[in-house]
Design a protein around this ligand. Sequence first.
Ligand code: UT7
Length: 323
Amino acid sequence: MYSRIAGTGSYLPEKVLTNHDLEKMFDTSDEWIRERTGIGQRHIAAEGQTTVDLGLEAARRAMAAAGVAPEDLDLIVFGTTTPDQVFPNCGTLLQERLGGHSFPAMGVEAACSGFIYALSIADKFVRLGDAKCALVVGAETLSRIVDWTDRGTAILFGDGAGAVVLKATEEPGIISTHLRSDGAYKDLLYCPVGPSKGFAPDASGRTPMFIHMAGNEVFKIAVKSLGSIVDETLAANGLDKSAIDWLVPHQANIRIIQATAKKLDIPLERVILTVHEHGNTSAASVPLALDAGVRSGQIKRGDLLLLEAFGGGFTWGSALIRY
Ligand code: UT7
């Protein structure tokens, strides 16, 4: 038994914050941001609009594309780092919004790798026969934990959501997933507060509910880790890199994407690129790109896709998929 992607969906909030808008907030320039990151703009959730609100829109679109009704679902796995509340988890909150009852629904926190982790978990439920129709979501309201005075991080992040419906099938589908994590790097990319550690103000008197990042070091380790996970994925399946039709990467920085594409000898024309449109949306990034590729007609049924992501923790991972 395997799982296959029966439908994809995504959603970006209406409000757009351009690089020119950021020029008015701190010392930066559109030219610098485009050159170093490839980002042109990011979308920002409206006041009161939550991660589950964004996830719901993406889920509805994925379910419509798959021809699936809420009563067909038997699992929700929701990847996010910016949940609506501590509990219930976002999967359960989404289940309620969709009108579903009693099947398992969970949240998965793996920073920017949240969707790949969620996909891998849902795939295993399907393979083991514990689910036949799973909704997998990656959604974030990262703008709520961005320090809008810090030009090193504020230029990068945005809000959004993406989703897929997985159905049980006899042929893959999801061929393999590969997950990695290493807490030795916990101090390079993190948000330092939480219910257990507390929300005490820092020396400046602000509650430091912000993303902290050593950008340059994260960059180098991301390039290395993504390079090795794509090698590992190909080797595990006895495939040559020429077999990949589309690379669907985490949309963090165009230069990181270019480095992974180079490693795979894959031209940028065979890489789904959305980073210019919405920046780094963490767990939403890969399913947003996947949905863009499908809806634009670039990705076709039967194509071999390599999805990959890297984020805080560090966590990273990949999925090899026959679409
Ligand atoms: O999902 C995974 C999470 N994160 C990432 O993937 C992000 C990984 N890192 C990056 O994308 C890059 O490191 C950044 C885009 C964050 C920064 O680019 P960089 O090429 O690594 O720049 P840098 O930090 O080495 O800084 C170079 C210069 C510095 O000035 P000096 O010291 O050379 O005079 C910075 O102060 O650029 C300056 N700088 C900026 N200038 C204009 C840093 N941020 C900005 C800015 N605008 N926004």
